[in-house]
Ligand binder design. Structure first.
Ligand code: XMP
Length: 433
C-alpha cells in the first residue's frame, strides 16, 4: 500500500521539519525534498497529493533568491507557499504562530489535497517489510546492534522481514551500563530468535585504554577498536552483501540540504575499510526519533529499550574520568544503576532528559565504621535540554537525592562521597569528558 504524501520543497526555511512533523501528526506522510526537484521526479513519487513551498529566511544562494522549477506551478498539484514571495500561486501564507500554521496545514492537506490519513506505524512496517524483501532477496544482511534505540528498531524490523538472513553483531566494549549487553542478548537472541553474534571484547578494550587519560584519545581508541572488532567479525561471515544502518531522518536533514548549513556530517558505521563492500539497507531513514520509538513499540520491543535516554557511543568510558580502572568503572556502573532505578521509582525517568553518574580519578578522605578511609566521590548529573546544545539542571527533590546518596554510599564499593553537579550548559558540557 502506497501512502499519500505531501512534499515540502526546501527553500531554506528552518520551519521545514516543523511542517513535516505537523503533517505527519495529522496522519499524512510528508517528506522534505530539494527546492529544484523536477516535475518528472515529483511524478515518479506517484503518490504526491500536494506541494508546499517553504521559503523563509535562508532562501538565497550566491546572493540570488532561489525558487522552485517554473513548470511546477502548472503541473497540476495543489500548491501552498509559506513565507515565499516569489511563488506564482494564489495560496501565499505567512502564519503568525504555530496554531495558525497548524490550522492552515490541516485545511490544505485535507480540503485541498484530499489526502487520506493513512500514515501510521502498522502501514509503515508492512510497507518496509515488502521493500526490504524486494531489496535483499535471498541475500544476507549484517547489522551492528549496539542496543541503542535506532539499531534495535532496525534489527526488530529486519528480523520480521527476513528472519535468519539478518546477522546481528553485538560488540560489548566493556563500557556498557549494567545489564545492557545481557538485555540485548535476552531480547534479540532469546525472545526474537535473531541470528546474533555476541562478542565480549571488554578485556581487549580495557587493555587498549590502559593508562590513557586524555578524553579525546580515549574516544579515538574506543571508536577505532570498535570498527576493528566489527570488521574482524564481518570477515568471518560468508555471503554478506548488505549492511543495515539505523540512519534516521534527522541524520539525513542534518547532513545538509542545498540550502541548509551542514550541522554535522552524517554518521554511520563509517570507517569500514573499502574492501568490505556492502550495499546499504536503511529502513528508518524517513522517520523522526519519536516515530522510530513508536515503530519499536509496534514491533514489540521492551519499553526500556525504546525509551532509553541518550547514551554516548564511548559509553561509561567518558564517565570514568581519566585513565580507566576496573575499580572505578565498576563504581560508575553500579552508581548509574542505582540512579536509574531510583529515578524510575520516582517517575523522573519520564521527565528528565539525561541522567547519569561520573567517577573522577581522585580520592578524598572520609570515615567509615569509625575508621579513616580514602575513596572516590560519585557525581550525579541530571539535565534537561531540547537539542543538547544547551542544558539546564533538573532540580531534584532533596528526599530523592538523599535516598540515592544513601544507597550509593551503602552499596557501591570504593566510594565515600556523593555530589550533585549544579552546572548548566554552558559553561559546563553535559558529559564531563
Ligand atoms: P556534551 O557533553 O557535548 O554532550 O554536552 C551532548 C550530548 O551528546 C552526547 N555525547 C556523545 N554521544 N558519542 C556520542 O554518541 C560521543 O562521543 C558523545 N559525547 C557526548 C552526550 O551524552 C549528550 O547527550
Amino acid at each position: 500500500m502506497k501512502q499519500d504524501m505531501i512534499v515540502i520543497l526546501d527553500l531554506g526555511s528552518h520551519q521545514n521539519t516543523t511542517i513535516a512533523r505537523e503533517i505527519r501528526a495529522l496522519g499524512v506522510y510528508s517528506e522534505i525534498k530539494p527546492h529544484d526537484i523536477t516535475v518528472d521526479e515529483l511524478n515518479a513519487l506517484s503518490n504526491v497529493k500536494g506541494v508546499i513551498i517553504s521559503g523563509g529566511e535562508n532562501n538565497v544562494i550566491d546572493g540570488e533568491k532561489i525558487d522552485v522549477v517554473s513548470d511546477l506551478y502548472t503541473a497540476g498539484y495543489p500548491i501552498i507557499a509559506f513565507d515565499h514571495d516569489l511563488a506564482k500561486v494564489e495560496n501565499k501564507v505567512y502564519p503568525k504562530d504555530e496554531a495558525e500554521l497548524r490550522a492552515i496545514l490541516k485545511s490544505f492537506v485535507f480540503d485541498e489535497c484530499h489526502a487520506e490519513a493513512n500514515w501510521n506505524m502498522k502501514n509503515f512496517i508492512n510497507d518496509q517489510i515488502e521493500l526490504i524483501k524486494k531489496q535483499v532477496g535471498d541475500k544476507k544482511v549484517l547489522l551492528a546492534l549496539s542496543g541503542g534505540v535506532d539499531s534495535s528498531v532496525v534489527a526488530a524490523l529486519l528480523i520480521k522481514a527476513i528472519g535468519q538472513q539478518l546477522v546481528c553483531v553485538h560488540v560489548n566494549h566493556g563500557l556498557m551500563r549494567k545489564n545492557e549487553s545481557e538485555s540485548v542478548v535476552e531480547v534479540f537472541k532469546n525472545q526474537l530468535h535473531a541470528n546474533l553474534v555476541y562478542v565480549d571484547a571488554s578485556e581487549r578494550f580495557l587493555t587498549k585504554l590502559k593508562d590513557v587519560a586524555d578524553p579525546e584519545q580515549k574516544r579515538k581508541i574506543i571508536g577505532a577498536e570498535f570498527i576493528r572488532v566489527f570488521e574482524e567479525e564481518a570477515r568471518k561471515l560468508d555471503g554478506i552483501e548488505f549492511l543495515a544502518q539505523g540512519t534516521i531522518y534527522p541524520d539525513i536533514i542534518e547532513s545538509g540540504t542545498k540550502t541548509a548549513k551542514t550541522i554535522k556530517s552524517h554518521h554511520n558505521v563509517g570507517g569500514l575499510p573499502e574492501d568490505l563492500q556492502f550495499s546499504l539497507v536503511e529502513p528508518l531513514y524517513q522517520l523522526f526519533k519519536d516515530e522510530v520509538r513508536a515503530c519499536g513499540v509496534e514491533l514489540g520491543l521492551p519499553y526500556e529499550m525504546v525509551y532509553r535516554q541518550p547514551f554516548p557511543g564511548p559509553g561509561l568510558g567518558v564517565r570514568c574520568l581519566g585513565a580507566i580502572t576496573k575499580e572505578r568503572l565498576e563504581a560508575v556502573r553500579e552508581s548509574d544503576a542505582i540512579l536509574r532505578e531510583e529515578f524510575a521509582k520516582a517517575g523522573l525517568d519520564k521527565k528528565v532528559w539525561q541522567y547519569f553518574t561520573v567517577v573522577p580519578d581522585f580520592k578524598s578522605v572520609g570515615v567509615k565504621n569509625n575508621e579513616r578511609c580514602f575513596e572516590y566521590p560519585v557525581i550525579i548529573r541530571a539535565v534537561n535540554t531540547i537539542d543538547a546544545m544547551t542544558a539546564t539542571i533538573e532540580q531534584i527533590d532533596w528526599a530523592i537525592l538523599m535516598k540515592i546518596t544513601d544507597r550509593i554510599l551503602a552499596e557501591v564499593k570504593n566510594v565515600n562521597r556523593v555530589c550533585y553537579d549544579m552546572s548548566p550548559k554552558p559553561c559546563a558540557t553535559i558529559e564531563w569528558e
